[in-house]
Design a protein around this ligand. Structure first.
Ligand code: ARG
Length: 475
């Protein structure tokens, strides 16, 4: 990027002194807003078309502007474009280049608009495109989770409350719990997109413009579904960016929960899953180590995104109407949120899914250690509630049943045996209501299969829920 201060700025008419060199660099945003060049050019083309449509530009001027802007687009994409800090931002860099290329027609492009409505339009268009890319990645991750849930619909693991073994569940059910969180995120993102997809262009600097603009025309050109209804709000509103970052914070909060579980499950102490080598790294000193870096990093990145939400909400707090330069600070937190979310979703969709190998086989990157999970479920008295429910079915009030089973568990703790390993006579000393059929409910399979209702953990329900989730994704 050129650091020269000799480039003529478009606003120097009332100035007699050049800008201080450090102030020039300090106030410039081109270093980070140039990534919106495509949206800036599309916005300008739509604006020029609208100006010609209402008779403010001639068709020849419009066409010169459109050709010039498309040439600049190609120049930027080929890497030939020279960005200049002296020209402050993406908007003035492109406008200046247009004027250099096409002369006076280029100078007319800014008629009836301001950088204030221009930047607000660019950010919304940029975010709208990124939301669509993010929604696609989110769907890929959801698909991977649903596939995994179907593959492991019968796989038994301990379910936890307080991180203590609670009741047996199926691994598929656990994966679908993650998918529920993501499904809510997907729905929230669709809703957020509506407010992002609202057009500020036409608000001009703050009060609107004296030209006979046709905002519906421009909105149609740019695919905006609504138009900002107040010019003061149009140039100053950044709620949409805050809302997206809040959305991202909830998503990353969810992903940090998945991460925490994967990290625990892949530890030697749990040994429930193995994450394939492609998604882990080693230690430079301890040769035996295989670390779950991907989930750890995603867990860490949640802090970064939540930090961006705090930045943006604090940036807007107490700002008077209308545009203030403070708003230039919206971009870096927003862009980093977008990049972070996209990266986290991409790596998770790959890691939770399967990929075709060069040798023609298919490799799934999360392998489930069924025996270990089953053993962990068996060890933790996870069928104690099933025994209590059994007693209730035999006519024992639930509170008494709870007490009876508690005593049986105490014996198990003392003698280091699960309830299913006790003799019938041993169990019967706690309640005469216990018969030989008790062992059916003390099995892990019996326990999960019994929770056979909408939202329950029974393999049959997991398969049905996976099917419904898949249909919802397709729909
Ligand atoms: N670079 C500026 C921003 O990001 C563009 C708008 C500048 N407007 C102004 N009146 N200085 O907010």
């Amino acid at each position: 990027m050129s650091e020269k201060t000799t480039v003529e700025k478009p606003w120097t008419g009332r100035f007699t002194e050049p800008t201080n060199a450090f102030v020039e660099a300090f106030t410039a945003s081109v270093g980070f807003d140039q990534r919106m060049y495509r949206q800036d050019i599309h916005g300008s083309i739509a604006h020029a078309r609208m100006l010609a449509h209402v008779g403010v530009l001639t068709t020849a001027e419009r066409d010169a502007i459109i050709t010039g802007l498309n040439d600049i687009l190609a120049e930027i994409e080929s890497g030939a474009f020279q960005w200049s800090i002296a020209l402050e931002d993406v908007h003035m860099n492109i406008e200046k280049r247009l004027t250099d290329r096409i002369g006076d027609a280029g100078k007319k492009l800014h008629t009836g608009r301001s950088r204030n409505d221009q930047v607000a339009t660019d950010v919304r268009l940029y975010l709208r495109d990124e939301i669509d890319a993010i929604a696609a990645e989110l769907k890929r991750l959801q698909t991977a989770l649903i596939d995994l849930a179907e593959r492991e619909a019968d796989t038994i693991m301990p379910g936890f409350t307080h991180l203590q073994t609670a009741q047996p569940i199926t691994f598929g059910h656990h994966m679908l719990a993650w998918n529920e969180m993501l499904q809510r995120d997907a729905e929230r993102l669709i809703d957020c997109r509506k407010r992002v997809n609202t057009m500020p262009l036409g608000s001009a600097a703050l009060a609107g413009t004296t030209y006979p603009i046709d905002r519906e025309f421009t909105a149609r050109e740019l695919g905006f579904e609504r138009i900002c209804g107040n010019s003061l709000d149009g140039v100053s509103d950044r709620d949409f960016a805050i809302e997206f970052t809040a959305w991202a914070s909830i998503l990353l909060m969810h992903m940090s929960r998945f991460s925490e579980e994967l990290i625990l499950w892949s530890s030697q102490q749990f040994a429930f899953v193995d994450i394939s080598d492609a998604f882990c790294t080693g230690s430079s000193i301890m040769p035996q180590k295989k670390n779950p870096d991907v989930p750890e990093l995603v867990r860490g990145k949640s802090g970064r995104v939540i930090g961006h939400l705090m930045s943006l909400i604090t940036l807007m707090k107490s700002q008077p109407l209308a545009y203030n330069k403070d708003n230039q600070e919206d971009k870096e937190p927003l862009f980093d949120t977008i990049d972070t979310v996209k990266g986290c979703l991409r790596v998770y969709a790959d890691m939770m899914g399967c990929t075709d190998q060069p040798d023609g086989t298919r490799k799934c990157h999360i392998s489930v250690k069924k025996d270990n999970m089953r053993e962990a479920a068996r060890r933790g008295f996870s069928t104690a509630t099933d025994l209590a429910d059994y007693l209730v079915r035999k006519g024992v009030p639930f509170r008494d049943a709870h007490e009876i089973v508690g005593k049986a568990v105490a014996l198990g703790v003392k003698t280091q045996r699960d309830l299913s390993e006790m003799k019938l006579e041993e169990l019967q000393q706690f309640s005469a209501a216990i018969d030989a059929d008790v062992f059916d409910v003390l099995t892990l399979e019996g326990s999960v299969a019994a929770r056979n209702h909408l939202g329950g953990t029974a393999p049959e329900q997991v398969r049905a829920a996976a099917k419904a989730a898949r249909a919802r994704l397709a729909g």
